[in-house]
Design a protein around this ligand. Structure first.
Ligand SMILES: Nc1ncnc2c1ncn2[C@@H]1O[C@H](COP(=O)(O)OP(=O)(O)OP(=O)(O)O)[C@@H](O)[C@H]1O
Ligand SMILES: [Mg+2]
Length: 249
C-alpha cells in the first residue's frame, strides 16, 4: 500500500466523556483509547449512543464533561476542521459523500485543507489504495454502489493523511462479501500500516474478527469491554450479540 497514510498513528483517548444534545447527555463517562496499529471497535444496539460518542470525539456533538486528546493535544470541543487538521479523519454513518458531485470533486473537497499543489498527488495516492475509484472519477457519487460509495467516503478522508480514522458503521447496507472485504482488507489494512482505527460496527462477529479491543455500549454507557477472545467467551456478550439466532454476521 503506497498511499500516503501517516505511518505514525497517534493515540486517540476519551477520558470520562459525557456528550449529547441540548445540554443533555446521551453517552456517559466513556473511557476509550485507540492506539496506533490497532483497531478498536464499539458495538451496541440501535440507539445506544455509538454515533453520538464518535461525533463528540470529532467535534460534531458537544462534549459536556471529560476530555478528548489526540497524541499530546487536547481536542475537546475543538471545531471539526481543527480536529481534522490534527490528524483525525471521520467518516460519518450517513452523509458521507456529496452525491451530486463527481468522485474527483469529492476527493478534491476531502483535500480542502491541503496546499493546492498537493491535491493531485494525494488523489493519486488515494487511487492506489482504492483502484476501483480510478475508473469512475467523473461519475456522480450518488450513482455509486454502496461499497464504492464507502470507498469514496474513506478516500475523501484519506486525502488528509490522517493518523487516526474514526469510522461509523462503514459496512451498513453493504452486501456481506463487500462488507467483509472492506473490513478485512481495507480497515484492518489501515491499522496494519500504523494508523489508529476507531470503528463502530453493527456486525459484532465481523467486528471481533478485525479488532484488537472491543467496547460494548448500552444505554450510553460502556457495559463491557475486552479483547475479542475474551468477549467471545463472555456469556453476556454471546447472548446479546453472537447467539440466540440473533447473530449478526
Ligand atoms: N441530533 C439529535 N438530537 C437529539 N437526540 C439525538 C440526536 N441524534 C441522536 N439522538 C438520540 O441519541 C440517542 C443515541 O443515538 P445514536 O445515533 O448515537 O445511536 P447509535 O448507537 O449510533 O444508533 P444506530 O445503531 O441506530 O446508528 C438516540 O436516542 C437518538 O434518538
Ligand atoms: Mg449510529
Amino acid at each position: 500500500m503506497s498511499v500516503e497514510l501517516s505511518t505514525s498513528g497517534k493515540v486517540l483517548r476519551a477520558t470520562s466523556v459525557s456528550a449529547g444534545y441540548d445540554g443533555r447527555a446521551i453517552v456517559h463517562e466513556i473511557d476509550v483509547e485507540a492506539t496506533p496499529g490497532k483497531v478498536v471497535s464499539v458495538v451496541g444496539p440501535n440507539g445506544s449512543g455509538k454515533s453520538t460518542l464518535l461525533k463528540s470525539l470529532v467535534g460534531v456533538v458537544p462534549v459536556l464533561a471529560g476530555t478528548v486528546t489526540v497524541g499530546d493535544t487536547e481536542i475537546t470541543n475543538l471545531a471539526p476542521e481543527r480536529i481534522a487538521m490534527l490528524g483525525v479523519g471521520y467518516v460519518p454513518q450517513i452523509d458521507d459523500v456529496f452525491p451530486p458531485l463527481s468522485v474527483k470533486e469529492n476527493l478534491e473537497i476531502g483535500g480542502y485543507l491541503l496546499p493546492r499543489h498537493d491535491v493531485a498527488s494525494q488523489i493519486e495516492a488515494v487511487l492506489e489504495f482504492f483502484p476501483r475509484l480510478r475508473t469512475m472519477m467523473s461519475r456522480k457519487a450518488g450513482k455509486l454502489s454502496g461499497g464504492e460509495r464507502k470507498m469514496l467516503a474513506m478516500g475523501r478522508v484519506l486525502m488528509l493523511s490522517p493518523s487516526v480514522l474514526v469510522l461509523d458503521e462503514p459496512t451498513a447496507n453493504l452486501a456481506p462479501l463487500v462488507a467483509t472485504q472492506l473490513l478485512e482488507e481495507y480497515i484492518r489494512g489501515f491499522a496494519d500500516h500504523g494508523s489508529t482505527v476507531l470503528l463502530v460496527e453493527q456486525r459484532a462477529k465481523a467486528a471481533l474478527r478485525i479488532s484488537d479491543w472491543t467496547c460494548v455500549l448500552s444505554g450510553g454507557r460502556v457495559v463491557l469491554s475486552g479483547a475479542p477472545r475474551d468477549l467471545e467467551n463472555n456469556p453476556l456478550f454471546v447472548e446479546s450479540f453472537l447467539g440466540g439466532g440473533a447473530a449478526r454476521a
